[in-house]
Design a protein around this ligand. Structure first.
Ligand SMILES: CC(C)(COP(=O)(O)OP(=O)(O)OC[C@H]1O[C@@H](n2cnc3c(N)ncnc32)[C@H](O)[C@@H]1OP(=O)(O)O)[C@@H](O)C(=O)NCCC(=O)NCCS
Length: 152
């Protein structure tokens, strides 16, 4: 794995970001990057969108959500979107992206972070379970709420 790093979305990389796609069988499980960026545009105080690069190669997109006063606890600190390009999956970039959002959540003083996933045949559920998220028992619009403690 090339050492990954995060970058902000800029005029220079926006086109590449919007062309980044997951595998066809995974498309039901995550919104396209362009839709997430539109969401970030309308909720700039909540969304934390970042691109994942390996060297100068764009390999993924991740968007954190930070809304500490939200009355719904699982929307306070968490991973909102995660798309690793189909051809770059299985190289540790998804883990890097998740850990990067968790580091930002810690920096903001969060005690725990959440992610919501759709269950199903090609669901990212095993990935999130491997990374230490546990289902809380809550379900939001058919999606499982997973939570990971950030401090022991
Ligand atoms: C889920 C996704 C983000 C994983 O990204 P990735 O870069 O392939 O994952 P990594 O290479 O970082 O994998 C980290 C670990 O999880 C495991 N893992 C990843 N995907 C897995 C899966 N579908 N089933 C079981 N284990 C999986 C890896 O084997 C690895 O384990 P290891 O550390 O023991 O080797 C990626 O497949 C993806 O973008 N899927 C489509 C979109 C999606 O579902 N996004 C999440 C929306 S909530």
């Amino acid at each position: 794995m090339d050492t990954p790093h995060l970058a902000e979305v800029t005029d220079d990389n926006l086109g590449d970001a919007c062309r980044l796609t997951v595998a066809p069988h995974q498309r039901d499980y995550v919104a396209p990057v362009a839709e997430s960026l539109a969401q970030a545009y309308v909720q700039p105080g909540v969304a934390w969108p970042r691109l994942v690069y390996a060297g100068d190669q764009l390999v993924g997109f991740v968007m954190g959500a930070f809304d500490p006063t939200c009355p719904i606890d699982y929307f306070q600190h968490g991973i909102w979107r995660l798309n690793i390009a189909a051809e770059h999956q299985g190289k540790g970039y998804g883990r890097f992206a998740v850990e990067s959002v968790l580091a930002e959540a810690r920096r903001r003083g969060a005690q725990a972070a959440t992610v919501l996933w759709k269950p199903g045949e090609h669901s990212p559920e095993p990935f999130y379970l491997k990374l230490g998220f546990h289902p809380t028992g809550q379900v939001h619009e058919g999606e499982v709420v997973g939570r990971r403690q950030l401090w022991t």
